[in-house]
Design a binder for this molecule. Structure first.
Ligand code: OXD
Length: 307
């Protein structure tokens, strides 16, 4: 029985040390040094080579190294017998909320404008935005926390999710029936949806057209949610006032991509919220033990829904 780490962008040694700090007896292998494939019962993965997991005949659990599991569902040969779990972690939630708060505040307090003015030594005050509504798409753990914190800071917040949710003090809309009503009120639209075939390309020209004029987009979910040319058209026509993007179809964002130098786009390199090994290790070790004992797993993903 062993754990295999296929780390993608993450540092496998940091994860190994964090897991061993919880349980020094663990047998942890780092891909591609797998040893005997029959030993592997649990994998920790991020963007692994598709088809790789079918090499492990005794695999019981596939754990994402992050909150998202879309990189796992990209594998056409996903072993049917293995459960899939994702990371839910207080630090990940806190960091995402901090990022969204920053992205909202820099927009409503015109910070990009002041940065440009500073280059010209211009002293020109602008009034903060009047009362506007922030629409949060996706009310999972991350979306709920962001919505509640923004609400606590006296922002007007509404939420939208596939299935109906209830959050104290926050109007939650859901499903196709309330999608248009949600968009029409969202002057700042924050995307936190999971990436599934249903949500891919959801940030498109039809969506943008329903937003109020001068709406602002914050995408912290996945680049594949966004139709890039539709965003450029909506920004250049003046319908949207700007976008803060942390995730992209291709990462790293290619050097010649038009987003880099667009005056209305603010770019960060997929850092809104990053799994911290020391914080997440307890959950991974707990799930490893549970999988060995055939107990229900924490944060298991529904294969049908894809999240
Ligand atoms: C995640 C991410 O899914 O970093 O955790 O995108």
């Amino acid at each position: 029985m062993a754990i295999l780490i296929i780390p993608g962008k993450f540092n496998a040694n940091h994860w190994k040390q964090a897991l061993l700090a919880r349980d020094p007896a663990l047998d942890i292998r780092i891909w591609p040094d797998t040893g005997n494939c029959a030993d592997i019962t649990f994998v920790l993965v991020w963007h692994y080579p598709p088809g790789e997991l079918k090499k492990y005949p005794h695999l019981k659990c596939i754990s994402s190294l992050g909150a998202g599991v879309d990189h796992i569902f990209k594998d056409p040969e996903l072993p049917a017998q293995a459960a899939i779990v994702r990371v839910v972690d207080p630090l990940l939630i806190r960091d995402m909320t901090h990022y969204i708060l920053w992205a909202v505040l820099q927009q409503v307090r015109h910070i990009s404008l002041y940065q440009q003015q500073q280059q010209q030594a211009q002293w020109r005050p602008h009034v903060p935005f009047p009362e506007i509504t922030i629409g949060i798409m996706g009310l999972g753990q991350l979306g709920q926390d962001a919505a509640q914190r923004l609400h606590a800071l006296k922002f007007s917040v509404i939420g939208w999710s596939r299935t109906a949710k209830k959050l104290p003090g926050i109007e939650c809309l859901s499903g196709d029936a309330e999608w248009h009503a949600f968009l029409k009120r969202s002057a700042i639209l924050v995307n936190l949806l999971p990436l599934t075939p249903q949500t891919e390309n959801i940030l498109n020209e039809d969506t943008f057209a329903l937003l109020p004029k001068n709406a602002y987009i914050i995408n912290v979910a996945r680049g594949q949610h966004l139709v890039e040319n539709d965003l450029l058209t909506a920004l250049d026509s003046g319908h949207l006032s700007g976008a803060c993007l942390d995730v992209f179809r291709e990462e790293p964002l290619p050097a010649n991509h038009p987003f880099w130098h667009h005056p209305k786009i603010l770019i960060t390199p997929h850092i809104a919220s990053i799994s911290n090994p020391a914080s997440v290790a307890a959950q991974i070790v707990e799930n490893y033990q549970r999988s060995l004992n055939n107990q229900p797993l924490l944060y298991q993903v529904n294969r049908e829904l894809g999240y």
